[in-house]
Design a protein around this ligand. Structure first.
Ligand code: ATP
Ligand code: MG
Length: 488
């Protein structure tokens, strides 16, 4: 909801201000151009009017010289039209001598000649005025020019024309309309551009806000996909880095929490184991001795001997359980020394040799040559590989295959031994990949479920890791990593 609010506010604000700016800009531009255009049009109309007046004067020069008023009147009647509303010729005293018929209805026209006797040849009067012609008010540009004839130094006559301004007005209106249309078009394009710009600015911000909300809800896997090389891109990158660090911190916290729970669990198992060992061991030894003593008797028949054997097996299993439990819970320091890892693996394999032989298990090995000896507790690491190999051995069918590889890998800036033990047995469902390392998790009828828990405890004591790895095809694979420290 907040994200939407921000989007609307910022988006609308940018759009609003750009639009205001555009309206001002387009308004000023259209106003200035319009003014210039109107000036040009009126200047053109003025020049055209002067030229027309001169032209008509020249056309009628002959009749003027002779003051043939009849011909003059006829001529001006022909020459006046819609655009040239009236034409009047005055004598040098300002008395009208010839005009088109329309002028008879226009009283003022005769009074307008203000040209002086000694006016310069190019001097003229020019002014706009409104006249009513056939009940219609017309705007005209009135131009009055003196007329000179060759051989006469002073003004011979003067001509006055009323040039209709309707065309000019129409031109101005058309120009205005075109400019307004261009202005609106520009404004529309500008607004579309500003909408696009506002979207471009607010979209990454919106994504940032959405990202923050998702992270605040605990979704640390969310990444902001912004590849821009600007400040927003920098912000997104720092944001993603921060999320990475948060995720890492949360994982570390969860791992620490898991370790704490595990440690508490181990402590209670330890206490339980100590009590069991204390309470059961002595009576169990006496049970074992007594069974042995009875077994040595010669008066036992076959059935009794079979029952005694079952008792001995049961006692043996209880002993194994107590031993494994104590072994698992006892906190013991590592006794480190330099051992080639392949040698430790080989020793573990040797302990399972007989079983492997009976089941005809094929063991494939791939040890990287020339590896430095590892600084480990040999006995404990032997136990790790033994537990993993025994599980693999128990998982495969007769004639099954177990593969062991050893290599050196570069991981997180440090070198590590990488031991991979895989088999083609029944495999482990993915949901159990973590659970199998919990104490007492077992799927076997005679299993205790401490083999992998013990292996993980030892490997972590060595600052290494053990986990189930994805495997193509049937079976399962375990990967053990151990830090490779240079010999000092
Ligand atoms: N290679 C493997 N293939 C299939 N399942 C396996 C393999 N290794 C371990 N497991 C599963 O993990 C469980 C836990 O193994 P773990 O070694 O901890 O205990 P266990 O073998 O059941 O008993 P024990 O304490 O006697 O070793 C096993 O019961 C088994 O289900
Ligand atoms: Mg096991």
């Amino acid at each position: 909801m907040d994200a939407v609010k921000l989007k609307i506010t910022l988006y609308a604000r940018i759009l609003f201000w750009i639009t205001v700016l555009l309206i001002c800009l387009v308004g000023i531009i259209v106003f200035v151009i319009q003014r210039k255009e109107v000036q040009t049009i009126s200047q053109e109309t003025r020049n055209r009017g002067i030229l027309t007046a001169q032209y008509i004067a020249n056309l009628n020069l002959r009749s003027l010289v002779l003051w043939d008023e009849e011909t003059l009147r006829r001529n001006v009647e022909d020459q006046a039209d819609d655009k040239l509303v009236y034409i009047v010729f005055y004598d040098r005293n300002g008395k009208p001598r010839a005009a088109n018929r329309l002028v008879e209805g226009l009283d003022e026209i005769t009074c307008c000649s203000r040209l002086q006797e000694d006016a310069m040849p190019d001097s003229f009067i020019i002014r706009p005025r409104d006249v009513v012609v056939r009940n219609r008010t017309l705007s005209v540009l009135e131009i009055e020019l003196p007329v000179f004839v060759t051989g006469s130094p002073s003004k011979w006559a003067s001509i006055k024309i009323g040039q209709s301004l309707e065309d000019m007005r129409a031109d101005v209106r058309r120009t205005r309309l075109v400019l307004i249309a261009i202005g609106f078009g520009g404004l529309l394009i500008g607004m579309l551009g500003s909408a696009f710009l506002a979207k471009r600015i607010t979209l990454p911000l919106q994504e940032l806000v959405e990202g923050t909300i998702r992270i605040s809800r605990g979704d640390f896997s969310h990444r902001i996909r912004l590849a821009s090389r600007d400040e927003v891109g920098d912000l997104a990158r720092s944001f993603n880095e921060m999320t990475d660090r948060l995720l890492e911190a949360r994982e570390n916290m969860e791992a620490a929490n898991r370790r704490l729970v595990q440690a508490e669990k181990l402590a209670s198992i330890g206490r339980l184991a100590a009590t069991i060992a204390h309470e059961i061991r002595n009576p169990l030894t006496s049970v074992k001795l007594n069974i042995q003593r009875i077994a040595e008797s010669e008066h036992l028949d076959e059935l009794e001997r079979e029952h005694l054997n079952l008792c001995q097996e049961g006692v043996g299993q209880i002993e194994k359980f107590i031993k494994e439990l104590l072994n698992f819970t006892r906190a013991s320091e590592l006794v480190r020394d330099r051992f080639p890892i392949e040698q430790v693996i080989e020793e573990s394999l040797k302990m399972l040799k007989d079983g492997f032989g009976q089941k005809k298990v094929i063991v494939e090995k791939a040890y990287a040559p020339g590896l430095l000896p590892a600084n480990v507790d040999g006995d404990k690491m032997r136990q790790v590989f033994l537990n993993i190999l025994r599980n693999a051995f128990e998982a495969v069918e007769n004639g099954g295959r177990i593969s062991i590889s050893l290599a050196l890998a570069q991981e997180n800036g440090g070198r590590k031994y990488l031991v991979r033990i895989s088999d083609n047995g029944g495999g482990i469902p993915e949901k159990d990949w973590e659970t199998i390392f919990e104490p007492f998790f077992t799927t076997k009828a005679s299993g205790i479920g401490l083999g992998l828990a013990n292996a993980r405890k030892i490997v972590e004591q060595h600052n290494g890791s053990i986990k189930v790895a994805k495997k193509r095809g049937k079976g399962s694979a375990f990967v053990v990593t151990l830090p490779c420290e240079e010999e000092k």
